[in-house]
Design a protein around this ligand. Structure first.
Ligand code: PA5
Length: 452
């Protein structure tokens, strides 16, 4: 279960810098409308994450493809994907550490990611792999993302030279019908899994793009999806303020942004197994909401580590941030401190390490509140597949609702598309849709080459 605590956003705690409960309540009509709009998109096929979590066919396909491809002595899965096509799986891989204690899963596969095209780490990864025993998996919903396709060509050439029947070492996860990877797979007999058309990259934690690598790691993907389904069914069956804090979560971020000029939202995780969650959340938030000149900027942080890095700024810097702490009740493993009779550390004696971390978090919350700085807390019981499913769905719903409150479409990413197109153009790919901007592009490109 996910618990929320909004005490320290209220004016009863932080006075003029807080918001009144009545302000949150006053958003009820807009929240109800937001849910209606999202439901409309869901019904029309524009918001696929709501239903993809119940796609049993996808689970069957993932298991079948795994059974086929991993049966031949594969030891490593090397996943190539950008943004939403890798961040979810990277988040789950890290969180899995809490479930397995870092041991390899039953499937005994090492899962390695390439989230960039920096040649150094790619070479290091490949040098450390036995190519015959590696499955190279290319994840791209659009099926032609430049970084993924470039890496595919490199891997293909390497495999052709050194691995017999190398096509068995390839898997594509991509659009069902169109795009380069799909066509190549169909023409060349490469194994392929589908990504539903109506699930955008940053919501694709519920698609094969994330769940295939997660399954290879040993994550129970059915439990993960049942956590998401249970969360969806619970929140959508109740009124927005009927013990349904995900809507208060969205409202708090909205109100502090729209009424209190808090332009920065800090998802501050306490627990190393949640660090990658904060990177996934940042992308979900930034790419979904950052458009039409609205949206707070998400800046992730991790405690207690970043108490010694960003906290000074958050305590006494500009009053422009809202902090959302994410923490755990049960950290799984633990240690007890023996202060060895050192009097000045008596207060630490017999304390669990997790207790110290929780007290540090409470100390920070109190110090922020005393400085009249808003924060709220979201707590998971522990990390397991079910709670990760709940957390993922809760985050996607909160961001989608926030999009509705900000009156923008949380499911497109026009800014990213343009950057991709410019890069293609610079490398010589013609694109008629950019012709209106071509003079301005030439001017700016020339400026970049001038000395300054
Ligand atoms: O969230 C998004 O839509 C993006 O981050 C995409 O996931 C990213 O650009 C990769 O796109 P694709 O999966 O089409 O290769």
């Amino acid at each position: 279960m996910i618990e929320f605590n909004f005490k320290y956003v209220l004016d009863s705690a932080i006075e003029e810098n807080g918001i009144a409960e009545s302000e949150i309540r006053a958003l009820e009509r807009e929240l109800v409308q937001a849910r209606k709009n999202l439901n409309g998109l869901r019904v029309n096929g524009g918001a696929g994450f709501y239903d993809e979590i119940s796609n049993l066919g996808m689970i069957k396909d993932i298991k079948e493809v795994s059974g086929k491809l991993f049966s031949k002595g594969i030891e490593t899965l090397y996943v190539f994907g950008m943004g939403g096509s890798s961040l979810g799986a990277v988040f789950l891989k890290e969180a899995m550490g809490a479930i397995t204690g870092g041991r390899k899963s039953g499937r005994n596969i090492d899962v390695v990611f390439s989230e960039n095209i920096d040649p150094g780490p790619i070479k290091r990864n490949i040098d450390n792999m036995d190519l015959e025993k590696t499955l190279f998996c290319f994840v791209s919903k659009s099926a032609d993302t430049i970084e993924v396709v470039a890496q595919f060509f490199i891997v293909k050439e390497m495999l052709e030279k050194s691995v017999k029947n190398y096509k068995n070492n390839l898997l594509f996860i991509t659009d069902k019908k169109s795009g380069f990877l799909r066509l190549y797979a169909d023409e060349n007999g490469i194994a392929v899994l589908d990504i539903a058309k109506n699930v955008g990259g940053r919501y694709s934690i519920v698609t094969a793009g994330t769940l295939f690598p997660a399954y290879a790691m040993g994550l129970d993907i059915e439990k993960f999806l049942s956590g998401a389904i249970s969360y969806r069914d619970d929140i959508l069956s109740k009124g927005v303020f009927e013990n349904n804090p995900v809507y208060t979560f969205a409202s708090a971020i909205y109100l502090f942004y729209a009424k209190k000029r808090r332009n920065i939202f800090v998802p501050f995780v306490y627990g190393d197994y949640l660090k990658e969650f904060s990177r996934w959340f940042r992308q979900l938030f930034a790419e979904s909401l950052g458009k039409e000149l609205v949206s707070p900027t998400p800046v992730p942080a991790a405690g207690a580590t970043d108490q010694h890095s960003q906290l000074q700024l958050y305590m006494q810097g500009p009053q422009d941030k809202l902090i959302g702490f994410f923490c755990l009740k049960d950290f799984g493993s633990d240690f007890t401190v023996n202060s060895n009779g050192f009097k000045e550390f008596d207060y630490l004696n017999k304390k669990k390490l997790s207790e110290i971390l929780k007290n540090e978090l409470k100390g920070v919350e109190l110090a922020l509140a005393i400085n009249k700085r808003p924060s709220f807390r979201i707590t998971l019981d522990k990390i397991d597949e079910f709670s990760l499913g709940e957390l993922s769905f809760m985050s996607m719903e909160a961001v989608a609702v926030l999009g509705m409150l900000l009156k923008i479409n949380p499911f497109d990413q026009p800014g990213v598309e343009k950057g991709k197109k410019f890069a293609y153009l610079l490398m010589g790919r013609k694109d008629e849709s950019l012709s209106a901007e071509s003079d301005e592009l030439k001017r700016l490109d020339k400026i970049a080459d001038m000395p300054y």
